[in-house]
Ligand binder design. Structure first.
Ligand code: PGA
Length: 249
């Protein structure tokens, strides 16, 4: 099973020394897991140091966020170009935790376009905050996709979509694979309506409390091509277990 695993380190670890140790472990694990491509998204402060000397291969880098403008007066931000210059190839966009901080669908639209403009792969995260029992979450996700991808035009296949509902992030259990399967079908249908047949071939990942105990079932039954992993990517033992489980499946 060939799949994509994106590790989102969030605001961890607390020092460059620990980041290097985690990264070296990640490199070793990735080298052993032949059926998995890994993208590490460290805090951008560590990116340049970690990416030095890493050649193109199954291990790549992403940033957790970047600004949509090419430059200018944006205190505290980094640009897509700066991310690319530090060897990032991917950019997470619209992660649920950033949306909680006020990032809007329109911001994600500009960021997706900004990433594509400098050759980064936009990893657009969508997902509802909570489910109320009805079908409202489908409308919510449709709107996130409609606005977030509004400027993509012919580059849809360069975009990665992550379905990661807020209610599964940082919890003890992931979503049921059959529910993800249903959501994957919905996402593809939404994309096909807007972009045509190419919508079927978009890479869709699942995220939210992924670990070695649920990853394989999600990949086999959830109709996804990979996973976005938070906590389990910041612990070398947990990440080893996760990649080994996927690789052996
Ligand atoms: P988690 O985080 O795997 O720790 O739930 C996932 C994410 O927020 O990307």
């Amino acid at each position: 099973m060939k799949c994509l695993v994106i590790g989102n380190w969030k605001m961890n670890p607390p020092s460059l020394k620990e980041a290097k140790a985690l990264f070296n472990a990640t490199k070793r694990i990735t080298a052993r897991a032949r059926n998995v491509s890994v993208v590490v998204c460290p805090p951008s402060l560590y990116l340049q140091t970690l990416s030095e000397g890493v050649r193109k291969g199954r291990l790549a880098f992403g940033v957790q966020n970047a600004h949509f403008d090419a430059g200018g007066a944006h205190t505290g931000e980094i640009s897509m170009q700066q991310a690319a210059d530090s060897k990032a190839t991917h950019c997470l966009i619209g992660h649920a935790e950033r949306r909680e901080m006020g990032e809007t669908n329109d911001d994600t639209r500009k960021k997706v376009a900004g990433a594509l403009a400098v050759g980064l792969t936009p990893v657009l995260c969508v997902g509802e905050k909570e489910r109320e029992g009805g079908a409202e979450h489908f409308n919510f996700v449709r709107e996130q996709l409609r606005v977030g991808l509004a400027d993509v035009d012919k580059k849809l296949t360069k975009v990665v979509i992550v379905y990661e509902p807020l209610w599964t992030i940082g919890k003890t259990a992931a979503m049921q694979p059959r529910d993800m399967h249903e959501m994957s079908i919905f996402i593809k249908k939404t994309l096909v309506e807007k972009f045509g047949e190419v919508g079927h071939s978009v890479t869709i990942l699942y995220g939210g409390s992924v670990d070695a105990s649920n990853a394989v079932a999600m990949l086999q039954e959830g109709d996804v091509k990979g996973l976005l992993v938070g906590r389990a990517s910041t612990n070398a033992a947990a990440f080893t277990e996760l990649l080994e489980a996927i690789n052996d499946a």
